[in-house]
Structure formats: C-alpha cells, structure tokens
Design a protein around this ligand. Structure first.
Ligand code: ZN
Length: 131
C-alpha cells in the first residue's frame, strides 16, 4: 500500500499533526495515527499505555501462543481469553486474571503499581504415585 504524508488532529490537544500513512485511511485511523505522533503530554501517555498493551499481547504469544515452542502452545480459544484479559486490564476493567489450565499450567495476567502489564506462566509438576 502506498504511503503519503497527511494531517489529522490529535485526539487530546486537537493540534493538526503530520504523519505518514496509507492513502485509504478512515478518519478514526487518521486520528489514531496523529495521536500516536503528537508530542503533547496526554498523547505521549497514551502512546506509552498502548505500547504496554502491545508488549503484553506479544508476551502472551511468546509464552502461550504462536511464538511459543510447540510443546508450550495452548489452545487458540484460551489464548484468545488471555488476549481479551490484556484488553480488559489495559482499559481498567480488570486487575488480574489467572487461568488454571489442564496439566498444571497457570496463566496469569496482572498490572503492577507502575502500570506495567505482567504476563506469567507457571508450571507446577507434581509427581504422585498412588497404589
Ligand atoms: Zn496532542
């Protein structure tokens, strides 16, 4: 897709911002790119938050999804639940989610006091022999 220089207003300060983007962007997409380019305080804060979310989604993929080793991968439906949890934590609706998977694997997503989103994988291998 061809990219051209365009301008749109920042969502927070309303200033017109120039950015490079594909020719057929919709107005909301333009506004998003302008906001991601603007240097006002609230836009910078928004950019940081968004990067955190992107990073958390990437971490879900690395620990459980398509970027994990084949034997570490979990079902797509469960990965989708984890991805949805990241979205909800990002938007402030949830503080922490823990899923207990079959096979002693725990998946947990939470936000720390610095606002960073942690993605954790815990494997508890218990060996028990019953006569
Ligand atoms: Zn701005």
């Amino acid at each position: 897709m061809k990219k051209i220089m365009q301008t749109a207003p920042c969502r927070f300060c309303g200033q017109m911002v120039q950015f490079e983007g594909e020719v057929d962007l919709t107005d909301p997409q333009k506004e998003e790119l302008a906001t991601m380019t603007c240097t006002c305080d609230r836009a910078v804060e928004y950019q940081k938050e968004k990067q955190r979310k992107e990073k958390a989604l990437k971490n879900v993929s690395v620990l459980f999804g398509e970027d994990a080793a084949p034997e570490k991968r979990i079902g797509e439906g469960i990965v989708n639940i984890l991805r949805a949890a990241v979205e909800e934590i990002y938007s402030g609706g949830l503080a922490k989610v823990t899923l207990n998977l079959r096979g002693g694997v725990k998946a947990s997503i939470s936000q720390n006091s610095k606002g960073e989103i942690n993605v954790e994988r815990t494997e508890t291998k218990k060996q028990k022999l019953t006569e």
